[in-house]
Design a protein around this ligand. Structure first.
Ligand SMILES: Nc1ncnc2c1ncn2[C@@H]1O[C@H](COP(=O)(O)OP(=O)(O)OP(=O)(O)O)[C@@H](O)[C@H]1O
Ligand SMILES: [Mg+2]
Length: 384
């Protein structure tokens, strides 16, 4: 495959075709000339700047913006090790190569340890061009990899924030609709019913031919009664008032009774806590995860019993939901397409917690939710 050497922004990334800015840290001018000749002979295109002191070096790193630094080890007032230290503090992504007359292995090892990319002896300068290009390429690849990792991380964070935002909007909307249905519709229906009952009484007082009227009013009252029930059910399904009024423990208690009643699956709830003082966000998340899990039990488990256990242990809220159904294999549980389960996990992760699902064919399914809770989220034990 042929590559053009151009990246997505049109910048030439092929080291051999670029014009480099090379900073030479060298006190002997003749040595710097030799380095330049070697690079020119290798057809490397560059501009260079030579510095000798610490101040010049620091300034040039900032203003000259080099693509690479070639440094002698010993300078009259400065060493390459000090230069490396400065680089660490400012712009460590610039390749740094030692070009030195010293043959000390210790110095070489120390410099590499401190972040130098290569070590070239002045008497073997022929190696310099290839060492320089490979150091530049390596740093560039590392930089691009780091950039890609950062971009991925930030897009993951964005997705997570978006998901949290959507969850909270959804919950707010549900709460608002539930309240409106319950308060507005419920109250109007109750008022209607009271008026009807009053009318019925009035008509009965008159003692005239009231049979048909009385019958109609009776039917209307039944319709209103069942509409009131429906309105309450819809409002509760949207967001159970008990969660806001009485807290998580009461809400789970209510949900498990309601579940048993609706599905005929035995549902047992135990909790060491009478109540847990929990913020709305955490209480909602735990409750919604429970509902999602119970929905899965109805849809997939063919279970006869479900047991729910809730406790707080060392500032971690633990909710365990266990069914005795037919279970599922790991592949299904861990599939990227299991969006219900993924949603539960994501919901817990947003609060720094986790959801673990243990399931096997014919061995039931256990879902364990763990959510860290602030120390203030006191557990009021049953026998407090
Ligand atoms: N309690 C359970 N018993 C048996 N199988 C289960 C149980 N819970 C989940 N599963 C299996 O795991 C799969 C993934 O569950 P998940 O909740 O992610 O998806 P779903 O319920 O099929 O669809 P939805 O996205 O509407 O929730 C299910 O299709 C089912 O096969
Ligand atoms: Mg599901």
């Amino acid at each position: 495959m042929e590559t053009t050497g151009l990246n997505s922004k049109g910048k030439n990334n092929n080291p051999r075709k670029r014009k480099f800015r090379i900073l030479l840290l060298e006190d002997v001018e003749a040595d710097a000339d030799l380095v330049e000749i070697e690079l020119k002979n290798a057809h490397i295109s560059f501009t260079s700047k030579r510095v000798q002191t610490k101040e010049e070096f620091t300034g040039a790193v900032q203003t000259f913006s080099p693509d690479a630094i070639l440094a002698d080890y010993h300078l009259p007032s400065f060493t390459a090790l000090e230069a490396l230290q400065i680089m660490k503090n400012i712009r460590s992504e610039i390749p740094f190569l030692l070009v030195t007359g010293s043959q000390s292995e210790e110095i070489a090892v120390e410099c590499i340890k401190q972040g130098a990319d290569d070590y070239i002896l002045k008497e073997r300068l022929a190696r310099l061009p290839s060492a320089l290009l490979s150091a530049i390429e390596k740093k560039q690849t590392a930089h691009e990899k780091e950039k890609a990792i950062q971009e991925l991380k930030s897009s993951q964070e964005q997705l997570r924030a978006l998901s949290a935002h959507l969850q909270s909007i959804r919950e707010e909307e549900r709460t608002r609709i539930a309240r409106e249905i319950h308060d507005e519709l419920g109250q109007s229906l109750t008022a209607l019913k009271m008026d009807l009952l009053w009318l019925q009484g009035k008509i009965l007082e008159e003692q005239k031919n009231i049979e048909p009227i009385d019958e109609t009013i009776r039917t209307m009252t039944h319709v209103i009664d069942s509409t009131i029930q429906t309105v309450r059910r819809i409002a509760t399904e949207l967001r159970p008032g008990v969660l806001d009024d009485l807290g998580l423990v009461a809400a789970i208690e209510w949900q498990s009774q309601e579940f048993q009643h609706r599905t005929n699956i035995l549902c047992r709830f135990t909790s060491t806590a009478r109540d847990i003082e929990l913020d709305r966000e955490r209480a909602t998340a735990v409750f919604r995860i429970l509902q999602e899990t119970l929905t899965n039990v109805v849809r997939h488990a063919r279970a006869a019993r479900v047991s729910i256990r809730l406790e707080v242990e060392r500032n971690i809220l633990i909710l365990e939901i266990k069914d005795d159904g037919r279970g599922a294999d790991t592949e299904k549980i861990e599939s990227k397409r299991s969006l219900g389960l993924l949603g539960m996990k994501e919901r817990a992760a947003l609060l720094g917690g986790s959801v673990e699902i243990v399931s096997a064919a014919h061995a039931g399914t256990t879902v364990v939710v763990k959510i860290p809770v602030p120390p203030a989220a006191q557990e009021h034990r049953i026998n407090d």
